[in-house]
Design a protein around this ligand. Structure first.
Ligand SMILES: [Zn+2]
Length: 238
């Protein structure tokens, strides 16, 4: 039996114009449509997860911690000092650092108010909040785990215990947290979809490259003209 989960990624003030510290262009424009996914009775979500980036003030992904300008690419070493067997050196990963954002318990970390209201109103199906990014020494994009795959959230066990077969992703950002979350989801064996019209990129100019990464990793990107079919096939109440 098909059981579908909706995962709504990071609709937080710091990612939203006009005042977010890491505002994604047109980020707030997708929220009415996402609210409809919550409200419209035709959608039969078995489980809804709402993720939030949730960093301590000294988080390693903040440029301010490294005295470099935001959007600089830095090399990070493995938090546990794991050795790369090929080079015999500690594993490293290149990552972009960001303006300070989504610091725990600050206004920037809160959800968009209209979305928050919808989440609050929709009590008949389980909505579970997921926070990611609490360990200061590493980046988290995926809602499943940190970028090194060491610290896991409860997402995988929630999907498994609820017998979810298919997962639909929406939210921010198309080229970072949505992408990494969806790729991990597909790797874990779920039929995984991203609704393209319900997401926005940090770097919209690179969208073709982003789409390619989704395709290479087994995630189905659903364009506007394919939404209705997806809804009818897997999430409409029959
Ligand atoms: Zn973050």
């Amino acid at each position: 039996m098909t059981k579908v989960s909706l995962v709504i990624v990071d609709l937080q003030e710091d990612f939203l114009p006009p005042n977010g510290s890491l505002a994604i262009k047109d980020g707030r424009s997708i929220i009415p449509a996402i609210n409809e996914l919550l409200y419209d009775a035709k959608f039969n979500w078995s489980l809804i997860l709402v993720t939030q980036d949730w960093h301590p003030p000294n988080h390693a992904s903040f440029a301010s911690q490294h005295n470099v300008p935001p959007f600089t690419e830095l090399t990070f070493t493995h938090p546990k000092g794991e050795i790369d067997p090929e080079t015999n050196e500690v594993k490293t990963m290149k990552q972009v650092v960001w303006p300070d954002h989504c610091i725990q318990n600050t206004p920037g970390a809160t959800l968009d108010p209209s979305f928050k209201e919808c989440v609050g109103d929709r009590r008949e199906s389980p909505i579970i909040p997921i926070k990611k990014g609490h360990l200061p020494d590493r980046e988290y994009y995926s809602c499943f785990q940190d970028c090194w795959g060491l610290d896991h959230t409860e997402v995988l066990s929630l999907l498994k215990t609820n017998n979810i077969t298919d997962v639909v992703f929406v939210g921010l950002a198309y080229d970072f947290c949505v992408m990494n979350s969806a790729i991990d989801c597909a790797k874990n064996g779920f039929n995984t979809y991203v609704l393209k019209e319900y997401s926005k990129s940090v770097y919209p100019e690179n969208v073709e490259e982003t789409d390619k990464k989704y395709a290479e990793n087994g995630v189905k990107v659903v364009n506007a003209n394919e939404e209705e079919k997806l809804f009818t096939d897997i999430v409409a109440i029959s």
